[in-house]
Ligand binder design. Structure first.
Ligand SMILES: Cc1cc2nc3c(=O)[nH]c(=O)nc-3n(C[C@H](O)[C@H](O)[C@H](O)COP(=O)(O)O)c2cc1C
Length: 190
């Protein structure tokens, strides 16, 4: 009995000693703490597994009341890609997240679609891919102008477009991020 207690205490103390390492060097935290939006993509396709993980990350995202109000259009067709985003890099794909914006819960739909897009963004970065989100009106308008071709129902509107592709070799993922505001200007502790 006493021997068991000693073993238990040893395991507990060993577990505690691992905690700081997990919080500072947790692989799941890396893409969150060092994420950045890719400016320059390298040509080359995503693998099927990469694409499936990205889509799964979006589908697994949380949403208000678990309503999952999004529709993801995975655009791989080159003609459609370049109509949405001119000068797109070969092998890039776009995911157009759309939803019904005419209802009373419009804000929640937009928020949920944004959260799902961020899940896909982080999944892509965790796999070492390049990724950038777009909400600029011209691009959203171009996606909405292609609803029929993109399979977006008439009552849906594009909310955010996320671009995925390969990163050029040697990209410094930490140095590539834009500067962030000083924490004391954005965080209040009470
Ligand atoms: C909701 C959202 C919309 C964005 N829209 C655009 C866009 O339309 N065009 C663009 O070039 N970048 C866009 N970005 C990328 C941001 O400009 C970028 O994340 C920000 O400048 C921080 O830079 P970093 O991610 O490289 O650190 C968007 C990002 C988010 C989260």
């Amino acid at each position: 009995m006493q021997k068991k207690s000693i073993v238990f205490i040893l395991i507990f103390v060993f577990g505690l000693s691992l905690l700081p390492a997990q919080t500072t060097d947790n692989p799941a935290l890396r893409p969150i703490l060092h994420h950045f939006s890719t400016r320059d993509f390298a040509p080359g396709p995503l693998t099927r597994a990469e694409l499936e993980n990205i889509v799964l990350a979006g589908l697994r995202s949380t949403s208000a009341g678990n309503r999952q109000p999004w529709l993801f259009t995975v655009v791989q067709n080159e003609a459609l890609l370049s109509q949405i985003l001119p000068n797109i890099t070969t092998g890039n794909i776009l995911i157009v997240s759309s939803g019904v914006l005419g209802g009373a819960n419009r804000d929640a739909v937009i928020l949920d679609a944004g959260l799902a897009a961020q899940s896909m963004f982080l999944a892509a970065q965790a796999m070492g891919l390049g990724v950038r989100q777009y909400t600029n009106q011209a691009l959203i308008d171009r996606a909405n102008g292609l609803k029929a071709e993109l399979g977006i129902p008439a009552d849906h509107n594009a909310i955010i477009v996320t671009r995925f592709g390969r990163l050029p070799a040697g990209v410094d993922v930490i140095g590539s991020a834009s500067p962030r505001a000083a924490p004391e200007t954005k965080v209040v502790y009470r």
